[in-house]
Design a protein around this ligand. Structure first.
Ligand code: TEU
Ligand code: CA
Length: 559
């Protein structure tokens, strides 16, 4: 297992639209980010993953790119971006950009050309097919509801869009398209960026012929993942991308891979295969989804979370590397989903942070997570912005007459706008995010939950994250130590050890509002030094039996 800077780093994700508005138009921007770099430096993070800032009509808030080499007007200019990179590097911060090349915007010049005629030189940059029996070429469902195909009158064919109708899939079978992508990547690498987060990168290779998928009972369209996730040429494409674009730059890559399993992740992240350094897998964020998908709510059970994380910790123990995350711009807020955002918001936010930062892998912090920001409940569907949510609402409530309250409950629990409400900087109007009306309403709890309050409170979630990150830098065991479960039978306590160069670290996490007792296995030393805990703890070192308070986390280094 080699030592690498990106294994030892802590990465912070910025969703630019919601981070900080500097010019009073209600939309976050690059100058706003620059104004908050010292805040991030104080937190102690090493790398920033910046969600897309490229030219985009914002059908999917920047994940629909119309010019890969231009900066979105609302976010600023290329000069602003270059200043951001410079200001980051001055502070020892690295920047990884978002690479969105499974699809482009339908306003990209390539697609404008492609749709003009069947023999246009750009036609095969995208996936066009004839309809079948007067309908779509196959029965695949878009991730944003409805068919994954859109009919285009001009050439009497359909084009594939796994996401919105304004996000046509790029055709990776076409070597010219692949070369264009590699040239674009080098354009950014030559500017000095430190790597890429690759959007749904395991979707880019589709099964030949794009066959129909199995149609679930009562559904009009079918989840087609078996035919576009981890497809037949995906490893060839990633190895070619490495050789033609990434090699020689010494940068890091993380591939977002819905539907990836441990065995496939070993292939994607094994260092000798030169594909990606780590992946974002989705098993733990699908545990509270029923057979109907994310909106089909199921309770999140700690035992299922423990089994999933243990499988990934042990699966990638000797080959590959884990990313560690519990939320991002697509997921609900972790303290609301996995913790208790009411009477134990601070304790459970700190407990979950302890969990993520004491596992083996690279931890990701999503903006606001370090404040314990929570999910939001807007009064009306009109207050929601996300295309995934709005398309689902229209299909279920408007078109199919499903119960509005049930659908709203699924949006409260799983909607992506939960993560996209503006960053809460202080208790002034709009949480200090903007001086005018924000593009998406601020969570009303900004008056109690905000960065200014957190910085002034030594017991805040922010300062707890700061201490965790500092600990990780001082203790290689937290990065490279092996992972073994302890008390694997318990339904409230998740406990594990990390072992490295003769040291043993024990982590005890109470995922409940009860007071269960941690029992040290007999083959362990009974004394430990407390490294960090989210309650004031007596300095005793005998940890044979420890009663844990609600959502209590303790980390001991054994003597
Ligand atoms: O997300 C891919 C993806 O699978 C998401 O659609 C996710 O599964 C879903 O939103 C869960 O609610 C990436 C980006 O992170 C997302 O923001 C984009 O909308 C999507 O790809 C298309 O680019
Ligand atoms: Ca702005």
């Amino acid at each position: 297992m080699s030592k690498q800077w990106w294994k030892e780093a802590v990465i912070y994700q910025i969703y630019p639209r919601s981070f900080k508005d500097s010019n009073g138009d209600g939309i976050g921007d690059i100058n706003g980010i620059i104004s908050k770099l010292d805040y991030l430096n104080e937190l102690g993070i090493d790398v920033i993953w910046l969600s897309p800032v490229y030219q985009s009509p914002n059908d999917d808030n920047g994940y629909d790119i119309s010019d890969y080499r231009g900066i979105m007007d609302e976010f600023g200019t290329m000069a602003d971006w270059e200043r951001l990179l410079d200001e980051m590097h001055k502070r020892g911060l690295k920047l990884i950009m978002d690479l969105v090349v499974n699809h482009s915007s339908d306003e990209h010049a390539w697609f404008v050309e492609s749709r003009k005629s069947k023999d246009n030189p750009y036609r095969d940059y995208y996936i066009w097919m004839d309809g079948k029996e007067g309908s779509e070429p196959n029965n695949w469902e878009s991730c944003f509801s409805g068919s994954a195909w859109k009919y285009d009158e001009a050439t009497d064919q359909y084009f594939l869009h796994l996401f919105s109708q304004k996000q046509p899939d790029l055709n990776w079978e076409n070597p010219k398209l692949r070369e264009e992508v590699y040239e674009m990547m080098k354009f950014w690498l030559d500017k000095g960026i430190d790597g890429f987060r690759m959007d749904v990168i395991n979707f880019i290779s589709k099964v030949d012929g794009l066959p129909d998928a199995e149609l679930p009972e009562g559904r009009k369209f079918a989840p087609g993942g078996d035919y576009y996730m981890n497809g037949p040429k995906i490893h060839d494409y990633l190895q070619e991308m490495n050789e033609k674009a990434l090699s020689g730059y010494g940068v890091m890559t993380v591939g977002e891979m819905p539907g990836v399993n441990v065995e496939e992740a070993k292939l994607y992240t094994a260092e000798h295969r030169k594909e990606v350094n780590m992946v974002f897998q989705f098993e733990h964020v699908d545990l509270d989804s029923g057979p109907g998908g994310k909106w089909d709510l199921r309770p999140m059970k700690m035992s299922a979370l423990r089994d999933s994380f243990t499988k990934w910790q042990q699966g990638l123990e000797h080959e590959g590397w884990n990313s560690l995350y519990l939320n991002n711009h697509d997921q609900p807020r972790m303290v609301s989903r996995f913790g208790n955002d009411k009477e134990y918001r601070v304790e459970s936010a700190k407990m979950l942070a302890t969990f993520l930062h004491t596992l083996k892998g690279t931890p990701y912090i999503y903006q606001g997570e370090e404040l314990g920001m929570t999910n939001v409940r807007f009064g009306s569907i009109e207050d929601y912005q996300d295309i995934e949510t709005l398309n689902m609402y229209r299909e279920k409530v408007i078109e199919n007459g499903e119960d509005q309250d049930l659908v709203m409950n699924s949006i409260y629990a799983k909607g992506r706008d939960n993560a996209r409400t503006p960053m809460q900087w202080d208790d002034s109007e709009h949480g200090g995010f903007t001086t005018s009306d924000p593009w998406l309403k601020v969570n009303p709890n900004y008056t109690e939950i905000n960065a200014e309050q957190a910085m002034d409170d030594p017991d805040s979630v922010f300062h707890y994250y700061r201490r965790l990150i500092a600990l990780r830098k001082e203790n290689p065991i937290m990065v490279y130590g092996s992972y073994d479960l302890v008390m694997s039978y318990h339904d409230k306590i998740y406990a594990y050890t990390r072992k490295y160069e003769g040291q043993t670290m024990i982590v005890m996490l109470n995922f409940s509002d009860d007071k269960p007792v941690f029992k040290l296995p007999s083959d362990y030393e009974s004394a430990g030094n407390l490294l960090i805990g989210n309650y004031g703890v007596e300095s005793g070192t005998d940890i044979r039996e420890v009663e844990l308070r609600p959502y209590e986390a303790r980390v001991y280094l054994m003597k």
